[in-house]
Design a protein around this ligand. Structure first.
Ligand code: NAD
Ligand code: UGA
Length: 465
């Protein structure tokens, strides 16, 4: 099995698509097929407008598609032909039954495993790439072995993904490390080597870490929990800064120069978003509860609670500064994606800021350079955000022009750190706004002194201006 010639990836999402594009581009000797249940998604991968926006991804896909990179809904064929199969399906937080709101929903993982067992006629290495609770690989192996055909053998590996959206191509090209967990046996080692050989086409061997499957699975949840915890920690300090006159950027700089702490992920903000931090921390919380470790569960739960607090706190500051009423006031929202350089809005803090302002009957004019308007409406009319979709349509205006969004507005609220927001003509914007004109910089990206000189009332995170 050391010589993998055909790879199949089940799940053509934010992880499966970019990961396979890199493998195809770095391993011309390997044929990579990405399969998905969604015909619409596969059509987009095969079109000029890919289903996800990632800097550098278009070129990469164009370079390999149709040569050794294929996107298809022929799941069974993909599985049958492959030596190695990545499972890269979604593992959202469960919204029903036992563990509702906390546990990871593993139904997509299980159905992928069952599909492999059903159709495979030759031995396979099955690689769990999705983020899962500890012992999920064991369940996959169990399903495969209980249903295997004669002569068909499986090895199940854990190979969690650490890419971040917006920098996926760079992260995949130059990963800090690749993590592979496997069974501690001769066959397990052979499978680990086979996967490692793929990565060694472009990743230095020393950056490929191997370990037992459970450590690998737990390392992924732990990495995300630590990253989310850093943001919640600095956001907690931002509240102290606002109350005391300290400046959170200065505090972050001061602590970040300690080599034991380091400078990254200390950017205070409106709160973290994205499809994974909240889901994976909750996943860890649930795991701890199931392991009868309630104190550990409570410890990690506070990371989520601090994030909720930060989003609410920021929205409340906007309302307070606008003389405690935003009813019928036009407020321009700059940024709807959960971070810059992505069109992804999953768990975006912007959605929650909009919700809190809509609850107070503010009229929102929303602009984002990459998010589709249908997506914004779908997020804002989701039952967890609003129970009155008609009211949302009345309160929200979507625009493709930031200047238009700000015209006749009382305030601008920056929710995403898009670079282009720094380059606007804020004098022109000021002239078109109602006075006093407010800017709430939830990402600390603007030149506050300059804005004040123009005449804006400026508020930001973690600092009194
Ligand atoms: P996604 O929702 O973008 O994509 C998942 C895809 O899997 C969907 O297109 C869905 O149609 C498909 N799918 C589901 N069940 C299927 C099945 N049985 N057969 C075929 N296709 C199926 O999800 P994503 O963001 O790519 O995340 C995938 C996994 O990777 C998750 O576990 C996530 O936690 C993890 N992860 C995500 C990121 C990220 O940046 N998004 C980073 C690291 C890890
Ligand atoms: C995160 C991790 O960084 C990846 O390593 C991991 O693979 C991925 O989750 C996953 O498992 O899905 P991602 O969510 O794409 O990646 O993006 P991040 O850069 O981590 O940002 C997450 C959120 O935190 C964003 O809303 C961002 O604006 C916010 N953030 C980030 C801050 O508020 N402050 C910071 O200092 C850093």
């Amino acid at each position: 099995m050391a010589d993998v010639k055909r790879v199949c990836c089940i799940g053509a999402g934010y992880v499966g698509g970019p990961t396979c594009a890199i493998i195809a581009s770095k391993c011309p000797d390997i044929t990579v097929t990405v399969v998905d249940l969604s015909q619409a998604r596969i059509n987009e991968w095969n079109s000029d407008k890919l289903p996800i926006f990632e800097p550098g991804l278009d070129d990469l896909v164009k370079q390999c598609r149709g040569k050794n990179l294929f996107f298809s809904t022929e799941i069974e064929k993909g599985i049958k032909e492959a030596d190695l199969i990545f499972i890269s399906v979604n593992t959202p937080t469960k919204n029903y039954g036992i563990g509702k709101g906390r546990a990871a929903d593993l139904k997509y993982i299980e159905s992928a495993a069952r599909k492999i067992a059903e159709v495979a006629v030759s031995s396979k290495i099955v690689v769990e790439k999705s983020t899962v609770p500890v012992k999920a690989a064991e369940s996959i192996a169990h399903i495969l072995q209980a249903n295997h055909r004669r002569g068909v053998h499986y090895q199940v590996l854990s190979n969690p993904e650490f890419l971040a959206e917006g920098t996926a191509v760079k992260d995949l090209m130059y990963p800090d490390r690749v993590l592979i967990g496997g069974e501690l046996s001769e066959e397990g080692n052979r499978a680990i080597m086979a996967l490692s050989n793929i990565y060694q086409h472009w990743v230095p061997k020393d950056n490929i870490i191997t370990m037992n499957t459970w450590s690998s699975e737990l390392s992924k949840l732990t990495a995300n929990a630590f990253l989310a915890q850093r943001i919640s920690s600095i956001n907690a300090i931002s509240a102290v800064c606002e109350a005391t006159g300290a400046d959170v950027s200065e505090v972050a700089h001061a602590i970040g120069t300690d080599s034991r702490i380091g400078p990254k992920f200390l950017q205070a903000s409106v709160g973290f978003g994205g499809s994974c931090f909240q889901k994976d921390v909750l996943n860890l919380v649930y795991l701890c509860e199931c392991l009868n470790l309630p104190d550990v569960a409570v410890y990690w739960q506070t990371v989520i609670e601090m994030n909720e607090f930060q989003k609410r706190r920021f929205a409340r500051r906007v309302i307070e500064a606008l003389f405690n009423t935003v009813t019928n006031k036009r407020i321009a929202i700059f940024g709807f994606a959960f971070k810059k350089d992505t069109g992804d809005t999953r768990e975006s803090p912007s959605i929650y800021i909009c919700k809190y302002l809509m609850d107070e009957q503010a009229k929102l004019a929303i602009y984002d350079p990459k998010v589709d308007h249908e997506q914004m409406i779908s997020d804002l009319t989701h039952p967890s955000i609003s129970d009155n979709p008609t009211r949302v349509q009345e309160l929200v205006t979507l625009t493709k022009d930031p200047y238009e969004a700000a015209r006749s507005a009382h305030a601008i609220v920056i929710c995403t750190e898009w670079d282009e927001f720094k380059d606007y003509d804020y004098q022109k914007i000021y002239d078109s706004m109602l006075k006093p004109a407010f800017i709430f910089d939830g990402r600390m990206i603007l030149d506050h002194k300059q804005l004040q000189k123009i005449g804006y009332h400026v508020e930001t995170i973690g600092k009194r201006l």
